[in-house]
Ligand binder design. Structure first.
Ligand SMILES: [Zn+2]
Length: 85
C-alpha cells in the first residue's frame, strides 16, 4: 500500500509514483508537494532535503484546487512510507 503514497509528503496518489516494482518512476508531479517522481525523490538525502524546504516554505500545494479544506500536514505525514521518513 505504501507504493501509492508520495515519498516526500505522504499524499495518497491515484497511482504508484514509482511503478509496481518501485523502480520505474512515472515523472508525474505530486499535486501536494510538487515533487517530480524520479527526480527530487531519488535518494533518501534528496527526499529529506526537498521535504525540508517544502515544509519551510509553508507546505504549499502544487495544485491548490486539490487541497481539501480539512487538510493538514500533521495528519498527512502519518502516511509517509516508513523507509523514506
Ligand atoms: Zn508529495
Amino acid at each position: 500500500m505504501e507504493k501509492f503514497y508520495c515519498r516526500i509528503c505522504g499524499y495518497r496518489l491515484g497511482f504508484e509514483p514509482w511503478g509496481d516494482d518501485g523502480k520505474t518512476p512515472t515523472y508525474e508531479i505530486c499535486p501536494c508537494c510538487g515533487v517530480e517522481f524520479g527526480n527530487e525523490d531519488c535518494t533518501i538525502k534528496s527526499i529529506k532535503e526537498y521535504r525540508e524546504s517544502w515544509i519551510k516554505s509553508g507546505c504549499k500545494w502544487f495544485e491548490q484546487s486539490k487541497c481539501a479544506t480539512t487538510w493538514s500536514w500533521e495528519n498527512q505525514q502519518r502516511h509517509l512510507p516508513k523507509k523514506f521518513r
